[in-house]
Write a protein that binds this ligand. Structure first.
Ligand SMILES: NC(=O)C1=CN([C@@H]2O[C@H](COP(=O)(O)OP(=O)(O)OC[C@H]3O[C@@H](n4cnc5c(N)ncnc54)[C@H](O)[C@@H]3O)[C@@H](O)[C@H]2O)C=CC1
Ligand SMILES: CC(=O)[C@](C)(O)C(=O)O
Ligand SMILES: [Mg+2]
Ligand SMILES: [Mg+2]
Length: 350
């Protein structure tokens, strides 16, 4: 366990150096890892575990699109791919990777197979933290652990195949066997994490729900739309408005931030831009602070969790989500974006 100083605070971090893959394989050599759910995280984690040499099987609803996806990915029905209950029975570690709403519906079935000594693994603190709303209360004689990749399951798989890794948080809610730490870290390394930082189930879900509604997905679309609309209402063309709002950020500036921080990105822009950005960023911070405070309060009260449960437990939730995604895709800003993306040299038809 390394102690890393993050901006003045020392935190526990597990890296591949001190917990190499060989150690993870040794820790889990007698385990059967059953990945329940094959949506976004399921494929990324299961395929990385398989490529890392672990004994992993997939449990999914038969005659479902995701069953077919698993077959297409090489999982063999009756050998490494099973209906959910069969996988639950065979698994000594249950990776519960159904959707958060789906986990509620299937929990009564999962609970039946949680024999003493097994491990119940999540990639989100949602189900256990909001137990009054989800009904997910694990038995006392199983390990309850979490590895939460800080990114899409699609990126987890892509970065693994590129020889890189996506960072994950890890937490132990219950250590019934005395092996919970070794199991959770071994699984974190096995699913392809670059390094693991410690958290709790509650801290993970509060921060994650805030992040995805905030800078990572919700707020960023909000400020893109606001700037785009102001530019357009002042006579700027769609391509100019989109390039100045999104394309330059994703293609040029965000990679510089990822490489070496915000000051590095600023330093690689004009002094005119630096002056402006340094003058305005606090104004945007102050304007959005009340919204972020309201967001966190709604998350901590459980209202955001309930909203997600109510909406995503509807039988037509996917249809409704797709309609809203279509509305976003067909908005002028993202329509202009599709044209701009096509103009990238790498996308030009050869
Ligand atoms: N999407 C991502 O990249 C990330 C997801 N997570 C967490 O990982 C877990 C899995 O997330 P995703 O892969 O996005 O899930 P998802 O929304 O893609 O759903 C996974 C699978 O659950 C199935 N499912 C949904 N409702 C069901 C039901 N009632 N009965 C049976 N199956 C049902 C779906 O068919 C799908 O195959 C969640 O706890 C999520 O919060 C964590 C980090 C990132
Ligand atoms: C990809 C990720 O980390 C999210 C945004 O939290 C999620 O998909 O739930
Ligand atoms: Mg997340
Ligand atoms: Mg999330």
């Amino acid at each position: 366990m390394a102690k890393i100083n993050f901006g003045g605070t020392e935190e526990n971090v597990v890296t591949r150096e001190e917990f190499p893959l060989a150690k993870a394989q040794e820790v889990l050599k007698d385990e059967t890892i059953a990945v329940i759910g094959y949506g976004v995280q399921g494929p990324g984690q299961a395929l990385n575990l398989k490529d890392n040499g672990f004994n992993v099987i997939v449990g999914q609803r038969k005659d479902s699109k995701t069953w077919d996806k698993a077959v297409a990915d090489g999982w063999e029905p009756g050998k490494t791919l099973f209906p959910i209950e069969e996988a639950l029975d065979k698994g000594t570690i249950i990776q519960y990777l159904l959707s958060d709403a789906g986990q509620i519906a299937v929990w009564p079935t999962v609970e039946k197979y949680l024999k003493p000594g097994k491990a119940l693994y999540f990639s989100h603190g949602f189900g256990v933290t909001y137990k009054e709303r989800t009904g997910i209360i694990p038995p006392k004689d199983v390990d309850v652990i979490l590895v939460a990749p800080k990114g899409s399951g699609t990126s987890l798989r892509r970065m693994f195949l590129e020889g890189r890794g996506l960072n994950s948080s890890y937490a132990i809610f219950q250590d019934a066997t005395g092996k919970a730490f070794d199991r959770v870290v071994a699984l974190g390394i096995g699913v392809g994490s670059g390094y693991l930082f410690e958290t709790t189930f509650q801290k993970e879900v509060y921060s994650d729900l805030t992040g995805e509604r905030g800078t990572l997905m919700g707020a960023i679309q909000g400020i893109f739309a606001a700037q785009y609309e102001v530019l357009r209402s002042n006579g700027h063309s769609p391509s100019e408005a989109f390039n100045e709002t999104v394309e330059e950020l994703t293609q040029s500036l965000m990679p510089l931030v990822a490489e070496n921080g915000m000051d590095w990105m600023y330093a690689n822009c004009s002094t005119t831009a630096q002056r402006g950005a340094l003058d305005w960023w606090k104004k945007f911070r102050d304007a959005s602070m009340p919204v972020f405070k309201e967001l966190y309060s709604e998350v901590a009260k459980g209202n955001e969790a309930q909203r997600s449960i109510d909406a995503n437990s509807q039988s037509d939730y996917r249809v409704k989500l797709e309609e809203e995604l279509k509305e976003l895709r067909e908005s002028e800003m993202w329509n202009a974006g599709a044209a701009v993306r096509q103009l990238r040299p790498e996308n030009q038809k050869k």
